[in-house]
Design a binder for this molecule. Structure first.
Ligand SMILES: [Fe+2]
Length: 445
């Protein structure tokens, strides 16, 4: 496949025409009496019409047929998608999952939508406040099927296998160590090329933003120019057997049939688009004198709540970097956090736990649940000679951090059979080093 083209930038007003139809964007207005190439004009709103300019999001799509050309929606099998946060009782324990198992293509064909599994979440879909963490486990491409989410935005983190994502705005290819965001209402279809796994952070009612940088200044962390938006691409494809549009609406799955591919947008303009980002482009800020900075310095994207500084969810990464802090226990400190922390691993080993937390697995440290380095990590890092050293080379761990208290689903606690019952044991060897008669810390040898 030829390399795909993209527009660069974050949240900008963009315009794109499929090169097969030059001049397909109307000039000087959005809604002419008859559009160029006799296309239909359709607006996709990602914010209330009346939002202030800096949060107002919408795009205009010029398409062969409008989205409304479909048969009625009907309820379909929910699989393991849920927004019922009371399926099982609460569990404050530190939870860790072994790599989630991908179904074998030779046994059962599973595509991106039928392979969605809700792991945890909180909040209320109908009042547009909350989030869900889903795992996707699939082995087949979506064939004449697309999906759109009426409830929120999907931040997709592939961990194994490449994705080719068709959207109404064009095509995006995505490989592990890249992420993409498909915002509320945007139709997309996913091709996969092997047994494929990844994580999804869904936020209801808000959109992801770049975090404010404060004293860091105008540059740093995820720079806007590194976000990539697809360019217009259409197919004028009639589907004799019927094309299936799957919709997640108020947490439930519905499907309808239509006679044409939904990827029939010849041109579009606006600031409400899907986008992708390569995590390698993250400009890391870190402690260069002493102590361990809080992980908020590694925030890629944030979905803000109405409370200043408090996120519905942050997407945070732990990228390769230098560790140079003097007089410092360099790994993450022991802590208890009012926020909930779901972590996943795209590749390599995570510094605070060398074993047990594996690529394709996950962990959840809930509100106020204590956690930190395992005993082995503590012993090693307390004695380590503090030379400049590379940290996390060849790895990429990430965190979905939320101000909501997350409930784990029945699939997460039982059905997936990946929960590591022995997780707590990694802290059991921690022992007291207390020397009540001597203030001097034991010098590293
Ligand atoms: Fe933590």
């Amino acid at each position: 496949m030829a390399e795909l083209k993209y527009i660069s930038g974050f949240g900008n007003e963009c315009a794109s025409e499929d090169p097969r139809c030059p001049g397909s964007l109307p000039k000087g207005q959005n809604n002419p009496q008859v559009c160029p190439y006799n296309l239909y004009a359709e607006q996709l709103s990602g914010s209330a019409f009346t939002c202030p300019r800096n949060t107002n999001k919408r795009s205009w799509l010029y398409r062969i047929l409008p989205s409304v050309s479909h048969k009625p929606f009907e309820s379909i099998d929910q699989g393991h998608v849920t927004h019922n946060w009371d399926e099982v009782g609460p569990d404050p324990n530190q939870l860790r999952w072994k790599p989630f198992e991908i179904p074998k293509a030779s046994e059962k064909k599973v595509d991106f939508v039928s392979g969605l599994y809700t792991l945890c979440g909180a909040g209320d879909i109908k009042s547009n406040n909350g989030l869900a963490v889903h795992i996707f486990l699939c082995n087949s491409s979506m064939e004449s099927r697309c999906f759109y989410n009426s409830d929120g935005d999907f931040l997709i983190v592939p961990q194994k296998g490449k994705l080719l994502i068709y959207t109404e705005f064009g095509k995006m290819s995505l490989q592990p160590n890249e992420i993409c965001v498909i915002q509320r209402g945007m139709r997309f279809s996913v091709d996969v090329f092997e047994e494929t796994r990844g994580y999804i952070l869904e936020v209801y009612g808000v959109h992801f933003e770049l975090p404010d940088l404060g004293p860091i200044g105008a540059n740093g962390l995820a720079n806007p120019r590194d976000f990539l938006i697809p360019v217009a691409w259409y197919e004028d494809r009639r589907v004799p057997g019927g094309y299936t549009v799957i919709n997640k609406f108020q947490g439930k799955l519905f499907a309808c049939k239509q006679d044409v591919s939904p990827f029939n947008v010849v041109a579009w303009h606006g600031n409400y688009t899907p986008y992708k980002y390569n995590l390698e482009n993250f400009m890391v800020i870190n402690a260069v004198a002493f102590d361990h900075a809080d992980p908020s310095i590694f925030t890629v994207l944030t979905a803000k709540s109405l409370r200043p500084g408090v996120a519905i969810a942050d997407f945070v990464i732990f990228p390769p970097r230098w560790g140079v802090a003097d007089k410092t226990f360099r790994p993450p400190y022991y802590h208890r956090n009012c926020m909930s922390e779901f972590m996943g691993l795209i590749k390599g080993h995570y510094e605070a736990k060398q074993g047990g937390f594996l690529p394709g697995g996950g962990s959840l440290h809930s509100a106020m649940t204590p956690h930190g380095p395992d005993a082995d990590c503590f012993e090693k890092a307390s004695k380590a000679k503090l030379e400049p050293e590379r940290i996390a080379d060849g790895t990429m761990a990430f965190m979905f951090e939320s101000s909501l208290s997350l409930a784990v689903t029945k699939w997460g606690l039982k059905t997936c059979s990946c929960l590591d019952e022995n997780y707590y044991k990694c802290w059991e060897p921690l022992r007291s080093h207390f020397t009540p008669n001597s203030r001097s810390p034991t010098e590293p040898k």
